[in-house]
Design a protein around this ligand. Sequence first.
Ligand SMILES: NC(=O)C1=CN([C@@H]2O[C@H](COP(=O)(O)OP(=O)(O)OC[C@H]3O[C@@H](n4cnc5c(N)ncnc54)[C@H](OP(=O)(O)O)[C@@H]3O)[C@@H](O)[C@H]2O)C=CC1
Ligand SMILES: O=C(O)[C@@H]1CCC=N1
Length: 290
Amino acid sequence: MDHATLDKRIVFVGAGSMAEAILRGLIERRIADPDRIVAVNRQDEARLADLRDKYGIRTARMPEQRDRYIREADVVVLSMKPKDAPSGIADIRRLLRPDQLIVSVIAGLSIATIERLLGGPYPVVRTMPNTSSTIGLGATGISFSAAVSAGQRETGLALFRAIGEVCAVDEERLDIVTGVSGSGPAYIYYVMEAMIAAGVEGGLSEEEARQLTVQTVLGAAQMVKTTNESPKELRRKVTSPNGTTQAAIELMEANRVGEAVSRAVLRAAERAREMGAAMAEQSLSHGKQV
Ligand SMILES: NC(=O)C1=CN([C@@H]2O[C@H](COP(=O)(O)OP(=O)(O)OC[C@H]3O[C@@H](n4cnc5c(N)ncnc54)[C@H](OP(=O)(O)O)[C@@H]3O)[C@@H](O)[C@H]2O)C=CC1
Ligand SMILES: O=C(O)[C@@H]1CCC=N1
């Protein structure tokens, strides 16, 4: 894939799984120079050492070195857990300038809450990526605050297009994006766990069950993507009348598996809204403290 290198200093505030997925995707696809990427956290030095060793990025813990990196950054990615976000954002407010681009990957956290915590309008790119960004196969929903310039919009889009597909949506639809693709990889892994376990129960080795399951999921996703046929139509082609697939799907229908998956997606979106409301509430007190 041919992407121009992003010549930006990027700081990840929160050095966890999602930060790693994005920075690894950017580095391995040669979109960003590791020397211009920084990951910071509050405590976990072993985690930072691991990221330094694996990717050659810079790291810092609170506060002096971290402050300097944040001040010098072009792009500041908010990538801490929701429970840490209101205090964490209020804590870095004094370091930020309105010409820096703020990117959030935090589930449920609204642009309005971020701006309240920062004390005014900022260029904010709110996103919902997923961990498949690690291998350039991410699926990211993205929306922009009113203060985002055309150039900053392009930077935000370029960052996430470099590590997968991007869907620009109105901000209110990012919660359902969270339900579909943010949490989505976990649903597929859950099904894969069950398929592998059943394969082993039926007599395959763990390795055989894993190999066959992985290739089946990969092939099925690729079929939907490349043939442009609907999942329903593709399923019909697998299902011989009165055959094995029909027997399996009948059992799934009897157990309302499809309905459960739909409800799970909607529940995840609802949970994102709940978390957003909790962070908005917390921001009222943190907003006053800064
Ligand atoms: N995991 C996923 O699949 C996805 C996650 N997200 C979002 O990404 C965010 C991070 O999730 P994830 O990576 O899984 O979380 P992790 O728990 O793996 O990582 C969070 C990191 O943030 C650090 N941290 C916490 N508070 C601060 C602070 N104030 N300043 C700097 N660093 C801080 C923690 O380290 P320490 O305690 O040492 O400070 C830790 O390294 C969440 O908001 C989540 O909603 C979005 C899409 C998908
Ligand atoms: O589980 C979570 O809350 C995060 C957001 C989307 C995926 N993981």
